[in-house]
Design a binder for this molecule. Structure first.
Ligand code: URP
Ligand code: ZN
Ligand code: ZN
Ligand code: ZN
Length: 467
């Protein structure tokens, strides 16, 4: 006996159809009009879109950063994700300098074990390829791929913390050319930015706005250009995380126009928030919007939307990395460089993109599914188990009500953060029911399943199997 979702409109990235969806066990077994109800439990989806569960490929749960730890752990963060219609996250394990990647993988799997409410994969943040000319680190990368860690994040920013030099980046890229994994790049010129930061502080400029003003868009574009060039020399794909500006986007677009496998994600905060609207430079409240790359001038927003429409950008992730304002953000009260970088967002990604993308006529429903689910599943080695509603896929399904109105607020959100970056925003369109591997886990905004039910996903390194 299965679950039969009837009368809905099934929307995949490739098209939509009026069809029923049969779930048996953890998987979808049939998608067709008028499936016989037999003895199945029926769920009426009249007036609803039946979409693949969201895949958020960029979150930071329980992450030590900036002298504190991100406020959501794998329980609260994945529960909030589920409520917002996301059924898979890919989080980041961090290799501490001088330690092995396996240590980090063990630590992060232990953080998630028994807590995660939805399925999760892990990228590995590489901070150190070790001695012995990096050979040990490179072998460790292969080891990680065998463990299902099909992607690595490297930082061109945050000197003395996470930043690695070009030699390390290039060696890691060459290794992925062999093992099929994907390098994700935090692309900002950290040395230039750090110099500007020190000069800015020396002038007594300590307010949150100076975080944004000390990170020019050209510093992002330069790093994007440099890492794409290194990937081209290494003969391997590259994925730019949290791309924030037109200048940076131009670099990705030019590379793609030349046929290079360069991919990039942006985030709702860059599509919808701006220096003009959120950071007038008036108060410390603006620390709520201190993340990296920073907020940009409003003129960048339409360029990013255009990038999503024309596939210059492939994915929208959140970079969910919440720090509470009342205590954690206060660490930078007298010095913007000490404000923990990051903001909450995992719960609102689907709502914001549906409302400001689909309802606003900027993107189609299919493109919404592509950038929130299918593309990240494909790029990160989970497709077609995730990212599509089709026979054989995991039954990660959202019944999306396009008419549901929702007020975003810290007072009602589920994320463990005392503010929302979108406080008071009204959206139309919300997750009504969420299934994860066939189990109903969210009903009308409430998480109703056991915690810790989420499974670690061993992702496939598909080396170059890009569209
Ligand atoms: O400000 C941010 N983005 N915090 C999380 C770490 C990162 O760089 O992704
Ligand atoms: Zn980053
Ligand atoms: Zn375009
Ligand atoms: Zn991040």
């Amino acid at each position: 006996m299965g679950t039969l979702i009837q009368n809905g409109t099934v929307v995949n990235a490739t098209g939509q159809q009026k069809a029923d969806v049969l779930i048996e066990g953890e998987t979808v077994t049939q998608v067709a009009p008028n499936i016989a109800p037999d003895s199945h439990t029926t769920v009426d989806a009249t007036g609803l879109f039946v979409i693949p569960g969201g895949v958020d490929a960029h979150t930071h749960m329980d992450m030590p950063f900036g002298g504190t730890v991100s406020a959501d752990d794998f329980l609260t963060g994945t529960r909030a994700a589920a409520i917002g219609g996301t059924t898979t996250i890919v989080d980041f394990a961090i290799q501490a300098r001088g330690t092995r990647m396996r240590d980090a993988l063990d630590i992060w799997r232990a953080k998630a074990e028994g807590k995660a409410c939805i399925d999760y994969g892990l990228h590995m943040i590489v901070t150190d390829l070790g001695s012995d000319a990096g050979k040990q680190g490179l072998a460790d990368m292969d080891d990680m791929v065998r463990e299902g860690v099909a992607s690595f994040k490297l930082f061109m920013a945050y000197p003395n913390v996470l930043m690695v030099d070009d030699a390390t980046i290039f060696k890691a890229l060459q290794q992925t050319a062999k093992n099929g994994a994907l390098i994700c790049m935090h692309a900002e010129n950290g040395s230039v930015i750090d110099t500007i930061v020190q000069q800015t502080l020396a002038q007594g400029k300590t307010a949150p706005i100076y975080h944004a003003l000390s990170r020019p868009t050209i510093a992002e574009a330069e790093a994007v250009n440099r890492c794409i060039a290194m990937a081209e020399i290494a003969g391997t794909p590259i994925y730019i995380v949290h791309l924030s500006s037109e200048d940076a986007l131009n670099q990705v677009r030019e590379a793609r126009d030349r046929g290079l496998p360069a991919f990039a994600e942006t985030c709702p905060q860059y599509l919808l928030l701006s220096i003009e609207d959120q950071m007038p430079g008036k108060s410390f409240e603006e620390a709520k919007y201190v993340f990296t790359p920073p907020l940009r001038e409003k003129k960048n927003q339409p360029k990013l939307w255009d990038g999503l429409v024309h596939d210059h950008l492939q994915v929208v992730s959140t970079d969910h990395c919440p720090f509470c304002f009342a205590d954690q953000k206060q660490l930078g009260k007298d010095d913007f460089s000490k404000i923990p970088n990051g903001g909450p967002g995992v719960e609102n990604r689907m709502q914001l993109l549906f409302h400001h993308g689909v309802n606003a006529g900027k993107i189609t429903l299919e493109r919404f599914v592509e950038i929130t689910s299918a593309a990240p599943a494909r790029i990160f080695g989970m497709y077609p188990t995730k990212g599509v509603i089709a026979p054989g896929a995991d039954a990660d399904i959202v019944l999306w009500n396009p008419a549901a109105e929702h007020l975003i607020s810290a007072a009602t959100h589920s994320m463990r953060c005392d503010y929302s970056m979108f406080e008071g925003w009204k959206v139309k369109g919300n997750a009504q029911k969420v299934f994860s591997r066939g189990e109903l886990i969210v009903d009308n905004g409430k998480y109703i399943a056991a915690t810790g039910r989420g499974k670690y996903i061993r992702r496939e390194a598909r080396g170059g199997a890009w569209k």
